[in-house]
Design a protein around this ligand. Sequence first.
Ligand code: GLN
Length: 450
Amino acid sequence: MATKKALENAEANKDLNAFLEVFDESAMEHAARVDERCQAGYAGPLSGVVLSIKDNICYKDHRVGAGSKILEGFTSLYSATVVERLLAADAVILGRTNCDEFAMGSSNENSAYGNVLNPVDRTKVPGGSSGGAAASVAAGIVHVALGSDTGGSIRQPASFTGTVGFKPTYGRVSRYGLIAFASSFDQIGPFARNVEDVAATYTAIAGHDPKDGTTSKRPVEPISLDHPGKLRIGYFREGLERAGMDPEIVAHMQAQIDRLKKDGHTVEPIDVPLIDHQVPTYYILATAEASSNLARFDGIHFGHRSKAAKGVEETYRLSRTEGFGPEVKRRILLGTFVLSAGYYDAYYGQAQRVRRIIRDHTLAAFENYDLLIGPTCPTTAFAHGAITDPVAMYLQDIFTVQANLAGVPAISLPTGTHSNGLPFGMHVMAKPFDEARLLAAAAALFPVIR
Ligand code: GLN
């Protein structure tokens, strides 16, 4: 049966380091209950689906650690709303997947538990921060993986591993029980091998949650993957002309544009709002929010407590010094700096204003276009250790952060294969709460390669 096979497959692919833990006992127990329900004729919509959750999503009585030593030994006291909804839909949760520490990164190299290997080519990174999630799907271990996306952490690893990765509209999926990175950006979303599985999972987890005040009360539109008809599509010309873009990815995007035009869609170039300001704006705001969100990891409430500490002050300092990795520390420092009294207005306040402009421009584009398309990433997956400069790593997010800054839904679809043998993704955005059209268009207009 599916769960047993998935457990065997996870074991056979242990070298990927995609799973931090498989929940063999609870998975088999739950699978047996789902089997009984199937036989009795009232199985839920996700019966038969085996999935993984990223290590920042809480599952009652299971370990969760956000890929960090600071949460070593911590067990969830409650389940995230998405977990409750998945279990209620009869999905089986196989285990928790490796990720960059506190979801900060683009290569999964910031995990305290080691790198994840890209199943397509083990010498390459799987992308990040949801690298284990992407690898668990790409290796065929699970049908679906839940990840989180703050600046691109679902879509970029999807592009690197040849999977479909979907970030819903901000406020469409509950963040209750997601270990927060940057609360005004974070969204949970699914990875799968096709749009159908992404749509089914999204349908199960989406919708208002009284436990998360930022979720929308708008009813969730039912998803039918029928052809959406002729669409108006904008593409980011500047994105294709940027230095550092892989020429084969550019050529592929041009071919897709030509094909869509030939099929009768209106496809026009548009300007990216403040493209050179998007990544800096994201990193100022996301680190500011992170510095505040991570203040709760103090050696007292959760996880790691320094053995060397004497007194409260030292407990805070040493526990955090020992527990957090270098990237998380860098971001706490940066976030604290941009929020500090003398600099608040110059950095945080200014970035808030720029975010508003980017959001307004993005929403204005949707008055003329149903979809905005472009590449998900400038390149294919890179080798482990290839990018060591943090600022160069931050530029991985150049095409993905706009969706988080503006709060719009976005998907990465594996439409291309490079001559180096690696997959890469096409990025498609729609206006807020237009998931139904986005997913229908994704399924109909962009055949994925497998
Ligand atoms: N790569 C981005 C970062 O490091 C995105 C992370 C994310 O989406 N969680 O912040």
